[in-house]
Design a protein around this ligand. Structure first.
Ligand code: NAD
Length: 488
């Protein structure tokens, strides 16, 4: 075993369920092995929740809701703030857990945990600002009020790419709103939420307010989505699963927030500095090994700067050090699982067959102990190439030249997804054109920043429905009640 991994293994938690404040270990339950994607070594076994566990989790969340919704927003806020403080205090150990099970570099794990703390801090504040409205009446002596009431139990289903931060969005928002949660993180990365749930308990989250379950994803989602006590579902993951959950949620009209895949375009106008943008783009594209729903992937580059941009980008991509995220100096970790490596292989093979040129990468790394894939850059993409339509969700960047920005935007908008998008230009009129015409939930101009907690994040078209974070994400956790009141 890798010495460094061996030394840090003691920091990996015992994997357990949390139901009504009680921790439940594998015991007589079935279990699923959790492996380190950098070494394929087993880190632990996560218990599979039984039907009875799930029933108890929903009942606990339901019972706790009656009390949690009555706590003052200020009171809930102080607990959320304590969570944020504890995340900052325990960041070093949490980062090791995240790197061990997800693969990202330690620096990336630290960054993700900073985002977790910031998320709880933001919701701690925003939860205090759910004002409702007083609406002037058309009748004398009548008061009209719009009141927000928390919806109740939230089923939160979070994925493996940003297991800490994406779970935190769901938990922090629900708790700030006065809702309670049954959280099912991805079974590939369970440890970080076991540690974060411990931390939530330490911060004073009462029994039943946050419940943690793992198991068979479809059995758990079937159970939660058909349970009458669950009032809202929040899922981050793939489009096929999101669509299936939306159908199930519709049967009992549960509220739903879906954050699904994207295939982000980046528009580089002729007035940008290609070498400068290439440096930023390499850092952004290969962050988290490209496993980000808004990862910049389709680079539409004005033909006048195409060559310079592509050369700089390829130089930066091929110089990246890929390896075990625990090791110093590593800039990109492994892919999170073998499915992603297989997906990269299939997509690259298809591109090659259709005449595309692989400018760098396009294959596994020589260290085949883990799920390592080389940073990959591809050009000469004919219409048939699957990568133009299918999100790689991995470290693959596509180079596409254009002559007019209108043509690039039309091409980019042809897909049925619209999550993140980016543009680089010094021209106000080009920026305005893009702002008015790009079909996506977010557009970042002259920056690759996209998801600070104070702004909403969500997708258009098949990329999702609803928003997370900002004040918009919070409001989705409330029922609206209109009250008309007069004297008898
Ligand atoms: P997948 O479709 O099997 O799973 C995606 C996520 O959904 C996982 O977290 C999984 O645990 C969960 N899931 C699967 N079936 C479920 C069900 N029936 N009920 C509830 N949850 C369920 O795909 P995968 O191989 O894990 O990932 C592949 C694709 O998923 C990627 O290509 C990417 O498009 C998408 N993805 C998106 C995000 C995101 O941030 N939007 C995150 C992870 C994965």
């Amino acid at each position: 075993m890798d010495e460094l991994v061996k030394n840090r293994l003691t920091e990996y938690p015992d994997l357990k369920l949390l139901i009504d404040g009680v921790w439940a270990s594998v015991d007589t339950r079935a279990s699923i092995a959790v492996t380190n994607p950098a070494t394929r070594e087993v880190l632990g076994f996560v218990p599979v929740a039984t039907r009875q566990d799930l029933q108890m989790a929903v009942e606990a969340a339901s019972k706790a809701f009656a009390h949690w919704k009555k706590r003052t927003p200020l009171d809930r806020s102080s607990i959320l703030r304590r969570i944020a403080d504890l995340v900052r205090e325990r960041k070093d150990r949490l980062a090791v857990i995240l790197t061990l099970e997800q693969g990202k570099t330690l620096a990336e794990s630290q960054g993700e945990l900073t985002a977790v703390a910031d998320t709880f801090d933001w919701m701690a504040e925003e939860g205090r600002r759910v004002y409702g409205r007083i609406v002037p009446s058309r009748f004398p002596n009548v008061e009209q009020m719009v009141i927000y009431e928390p919806v109740g139990v939230v089923a939160a289903l979070s994925p493996w790419n940003y297991p800490a931060a994406l779970g935190a969005r769901k938990v922090a928002t629900a708790l700030a709103a006065g809702c309670t949660v049954v959280l099912k993180p991805a079974e590939e990365t369970p440890g970080i939420w076991v540690a974060l749930a411990e931390l939530c308990v330490d911060a004073g989250v009462p029994n039943g307010v946050l419940n943690l379950v793992f198991g068979n994803p479809s059995e758990i989602s079937d159970f939660l989505l058909s349970h009458p006590a669950v009032k809202k579902v929040s899922f981050t993951g793939s489009i096929p699963v999101g669509l299936m959950l939306a159908e199930k949620a519709a049967r009992s009209l549960k509220k739903i927030t879906l954050e699904l895949g994207g295939h982000s375009p980046v528009f580089l106008a002729e007035d940008t500095k290609p070498e400068h943008v290439a440096r930023l783009a390499v850092a952004s594209k290969f962050r988290n090994a490209g496993q980000i729903c808004h990862s910049p992937t389709r680079f539409f580059i004005h033909s006048k700067i195409y060559q310079r941009f592509v050369e700089s980008f390829v130089e930066g991509a091929s110089a990246l050090r890929v390896g075990n995220g625990l090791h110093q100096g590593v800039q990109m970790g492994p892919l999170a699982n073998g499915r992603r490596v297989k997906a990269m292989e299939d997509l690259v093979a298809d591109a090659k067959q259709n005449g595309s040129r692989i400018l760098t990468g396009g294959e596994r790394c020589s260290d085949d102990r883990g799920h390592f894939w080389k940073p990959t850059v591809i050009e000469d993409l004919s219409e048939n190439v699957r990568l133009l339509r299918e999100e790689p969700f991995g470290p693959i960047a596509l180079m596409i030249p254009f002559d007019s920005i209108e043509e690039a935007v039309t091409k980019a908008n042809q897909l049925s997804v619209g999550l993140g998008s980016f543009a680089f230009t010094n021209s106000i009129s080009t920026a305005k054109y893009l702002q008015d015409n790009v079909e996506a939930g977010s557009l970042s101009i002259n920056t690759f920043t996209i998801t600070p907690p104070e702004v909403p994040f969500g997708g258009w078209k098949l990329s999702g429905t609803g928003s997370e974070m900002g004040s918009e994400g919070l409001i989705e956790h409330f029922n609206i009640k209109t009250v008309l009141r007069t004297e008898v």
